[in-house]
Design a protein around this ligand. Structure first.
Ligand SMILES: [Zn+2]
Length: 441
């Protein structure tokens, strides 16, 4: 490969400020965890060493490590979850970082975070890290983390069906505004857990029936419209299980009700409010229930269902991310057939060096630069640092490969074109998909 092209692309990627289009981070006004009172209350913005180590990526890893190290004294999920966050963090640090070198993607990521923040990653216990985080000013810390990650906007995931969050929005939406964070309205309980969502909506005073009779559909729309008004979201979001079916003529009444609510309420609201609809598909929930948040697995979905949705609603933009590796090639083909489909991100079990590389190469080969290559899905603030440093490096390397092929074929690629492509991949493609500009703060 032309040795300069790789460096030129990396330089342009490093300079491109990211819009992180999907995270589980919140503005501090929603309530933040306190590193001095680990695990207390129900904070929405998580940060600090104990929250980082308590992340569910480490929970499944520590069960394996502990069992293989002492098979007769295996860790029991029930007793694990009765431990305090602080004790769980101590255990995870000992098993995954002290007893062995950190190797997995999540472990290497944590080392990257510590070093980026100026900490020594070789501590035997967590006391120095805890002291360091407890002395941080949260506002300044958020700014520093965003600077280190090269992120200029953090897109949240706001859930009106989550009681703690709902109460914050009902109390004072204006107090939640923070120019670093952008809201998104996620409403999947309406289609994914309709019977339960129906009971909840009825409890809040909406005239809804489990069989969708009477005013149900218009009342669900009223609920969504009110929450769009309240939150002013960047887009609507819906997480779907891999087995979802979109078919208005299905013999299965559950499929018919899903399709009706999906088309009329979710897509209808997106269309009428000029919003894109993001679909995140592929998590199989609670395959190991005792593991709690770490108990979810994944499964492939049927891309024909997506094509049916995209075909039925050509005037709505669908941002789509799929969790199963097996779906990625088909998704690129679906996006070639339907210009209103914008593939995005490599999340959770796909947010690894090998998977980001494979998927980004495939997307560049089949879609050029017309997609959104990554989102962090971060649940703990400092994860932004390693996830974006790593993704930037990999995406830049993949783009450089394509430029190299293009130059070999005879094209000339100048630095301005490289800059423009990096802007597109890290922010402008998303801004175009949601039809909104996010000026620098
Ligand atoms: Zn997510």
């Amino acid at each position: 490969m032309d040795s300069t092209i790789r460096q030129r692309v990396q330089t342009a990627a490093d300079a491109a400020a990211v819009i992180d289009m999907h995270t589980h981070l919140y503005a501090p006004a929603f309530g933040a965890s306190d590193p001095r009172m680990q695990g207390a209350g129900t904070p929405l913005l998580l940060w600090g060493i104990d929250e980082l180590l308590g992340y569910h990526y480490f929970v499944d890893e520590v069960f394996r490590a502990a069992r293989l190290r002492s098979p007769n004294d295996a860790l029991d999920p029930r007793s694990f979850w009765t431990m305090s966050l602080r004790d769980r963090a101590d255990l995870i640090w000992r098993e995954l970082f002290v007893e062995r070198p950190p190797v997995s993607e999540a472990c290497v990521g944590l080392i990257d975070i510590l070093v980026s923040l100026g900490l020594d990653p070789d501590e035997r216990d967590l006391s120095r890290y805890r002291k360091w985080f407890s002395e941080r000013d949260l506002e300044a810390h958020i700014d520093e983390v965003m600077h280190l990650a090269g992120v200029r906007r953090i897109v949240m995931t706001n859930e009106p069906f989550a009681q703690v969050e709902r109460a914050k929005w009902l109390a004072d939406p204006r107090a939640l505004r923070d120019s670093r964070f952008a809201p998104v309205l996620r409403i999947d309980p309406i289609v994914e857990q309709w019977p339960e969502a129906c009971r909840t909506l009825a409890g809040w005073g909406y005239e809804v029936q489990p069989d969708l009779s009477g005013q149900t559909v218009s009342e669900v729309r009223r609920f969504i419209d009110e929450w769009i008004e309240r939150t002013d979201p960047v887009y609507l979001a819906c997480s779907l299980s891999p087995g979802f079916r979109h078919d208005s003529e299905s013999e299965d009444p559950a499929v018919r009700s899903f399709t009706s609510l999906f088309d009329t309420c979710l897509v209808g609201a997106a269309r009428d409010h000029g919003l894109a609809l993001a679909l995140m598909i592929g998590a199989r929930r609670s395959v190991h229930p005792e593991m709690g948040l770490a108990g979810d697995s994944l499964g492939p979905t049927d891309n024909a269902q997506l094509e049916s949705i995209a075909h039925a609603h050509p005037d709505v933009t669908f941002l789509i991310t799929l969790l199963s590796r097996e779906n990625q090639h088909e998704l690129c083909v679906t996006a070639r057939k339907f210009a209103n489909v914008v593939p995005f991100g490599c999340w959770w079990y796909l947010n690894t060096t090998s998977q980001i590389t494979e998927i980004t190469r495939m997307r560049l080969e089949l879609l050029g630069t017309d997609f959104v290559p990554q989102h962090s899905d971060a649940r703990v603030l400092e994860q932004l640092i390693y996830k974006w440093r790593q993704s930037r490096r990999i995406i830049a390397a993949c783009v450089a490969e394509r430029y190299d092929a293009s130059q070999t074929a005879g094209a000339r690629i100048d630095d301005r074109a490289i800059d423009r492509d990096m802007q597109r991949l890290f922010s402008a493609n998303f801004e175009a998909a949601v039809n909104r500009a996010f000026p620098a703060n």
